[in-house]
Design a protein around this ligand. Structure first.
Ligand code: HEM
Length: 181
């Protein structure tokens, strides 16, 4: 996983829980990187899981909730860093471009990035989005936080129903997103 993701995670922990919490989770975790991340570096994605588990231990907040909260935070950061991708009229139109446009551009910027696959389809005249996450790295909760960030940004109320259709080592989650009136 690219260092930009680790740097953003550490910034979120620092802003939310303070600098001592950052030192504490890094020193209590066994990390091949030693907890030093550069934006363009590439690190084992399990180091992020290790750091989140350590943060969960310190805060008593569940791991999935922390990963989702990080996704929500990351949405705001991507919006600041890469505003060009966010010119769509609705969140569903935006999410529909992640696989074929946004993450394709991410691959050009960071050729060794490891990105999930998304299969998406807008249905019912724009009222429903089927958004299917595929990845062996099991970051569907991160996707949920990013999606919720998008719904908030476009000022929409959207319910998400998740169906776990994982196969073997690959996590596959179908998110059925429904726009509320
Ligand atoms: C808001 C909709 C988005 C969703 C749902 C989404 C989803 C994800 C997820 C779940 C991952 C973790 C990797 C995995 O699961 O295998 C990921 C990685 C990443 N995404 Fe996205 N993403 C979104 C938008 C963006 C945008 C707007 C950018 C930047 C322009 C971006 C850049 C990246 C980068 C740099 C990584 C890390 C790749 C790596 O570490 O190797 N994503 N994305």
């Amino acid at each position: 996983m690219k260092g930009i993701v680790f740097r953003e995670f550490i910034d979120m922990v620092e802003r939310t829980f303070g600098e001592e919490m950052v030192d504490s989770i890094i020193s209590s975790s066994e990390l091949e990187s030693g907890g030093v991340y550069t934006t363009v570096g590439t690190y084992d994605h399990t180091e992020l899981v290790t750091l989140v588990v350590a943060l969960s231990g310190e805060t008593d907040l569940p791991v999935d909730a922390l990963v989702e909260a990080f996704g929500n935070y990351l949405f705001g950061r991507f919006l600041e860093l890469f505003p060009i991708f966010f010119s769509h009229a609705t969140s569903f139109e935006f999410l529909d471009t992640i696989h074929d446009i946004v993450h394709v551009e991410v691959m050009k910027l960071y050729p060794d990035a490891t990105l999930p696959d998304f299969v998406s389809e807008i249905k019912d005249n724009g009222k429903t989005l089927h958004f299917e996450y595929h990845s062996p790295r099991h970051f569907a909760d991160l996707a949920v936080g990013l999606m919720k960030g998008a719904f908030e940004h476009w000022n929409e109320t959207v319910t998400i129903e998740s169906k776990d259709i994982s196969q073997g080592e690959k996590q596959i989650i179908l998110f059925i997103c429904t726009l509320q009136d």
